[in-house]
Design a protein around this ligand. Structure first.
Ligand code: ATP
Length: 211
């Protein structure tokens, strides 16, 4: 049993050694910042597929990808941690952040699967990404490592040329882009991100300088 006083990072380390036969959801993203849409996705997939845990896996975005929105990876990790720490289903997966640089999902999942071959991985993606699966690096090999789970997203189709389990979650029209924009215009993001994330953003003056 995990206590909320443990950090999410500590819980990951404990989990992977304690339980070899797990069904684990992976929600990869930039989380710049994490928002209620991400948490609802994780919770709905975890619940509907009966997963043992759902891991939020921030990517290691190189800062030059978009100078306007680039923030330190550590800030994204801290915000994810703040967002998930009170949910016993949720964990932080730092594999990509630790490796640094651009990570292909195939490479990351190969490493995770090799470390825990008995774990069944469910890779959770928003409906905006499902249509682009054919562009993913080594998609056919990745499909042997994970089962894809799609979450409907406003304005995107729910069809796919690849096997995807569609989970019926409420459509939440929130994006990190929208949140960054609101903050830069001095608008509130209350109820769009968890209170702890809003507090972190305010304390660290994130996203205030964009247009
Ligand atoms: P940005 O606006 O910066 O592109 P984002 O809101 O899409 O960010 P990401 O961290 O890039 O957030 O998303 C991680 C994953 O969550 C992706 O698979 C994305 O499609 C999905 N996702 C994010 N928000 C939603 C949402 N409101 N509904 C469904 N899927 C979502």
């Amino acid at each position: 049993m995990h206590t909320v006083s443990q950090t999410a990072t500590e819980v990951v380390a404990e989990t992977v050694t304690d339980y070899p036969h797990r069904r684990v959801g992976i929600l990869g993203g930039t989380f710049n910042p994490p928002h209620l849409g991400h948490l609802i996705m994780g919770q709905q997939v975890g619940d509907q597929l009966g997963l043992d845990e759902v891991r939020f896996m921030p990517d290691a975005q190189p800062p030059h990808v978009d100078e306007k929105t680039a923030i330190a990876a550590s800030d994204r990790v801290n915000m994810v941690q703040a967002a998930i720490v009170d949910n016993p289903l949720f964990r932080l997966e730092t594999a990509e952040i630790k490796r640094g640089g651009k990570s292909y999902t195939f490479d990351t999942m190969k490493v995770l699967k090799a470390a825990h071959p008995d774990t069944q991985y469910y890779f959770i993606i928003g409906g905006d990404m499902v249509d682009y699966l054919h562009t993913w690096y080594r998609i056919d090999d990745l499909l042997k490592l994970v089962t894809f789970v799609g979450i409907k997203r406003t304005g995107y189709p729910t069809t796919s040329q690849y096997p995807v389990i569609w989970v019926d979650a409420p459509l939440i029209d929130i994006s990190s882009t929208q949140i960054r924009k609101k903050i830069s215009h001095g608008h509130t993001v209350r109820y769009l991100v968890p209170d702890a994330v809003a507090a972190y953003i305010e304390e660290h003056h994130l996203y205030e300088q964009q247009d």
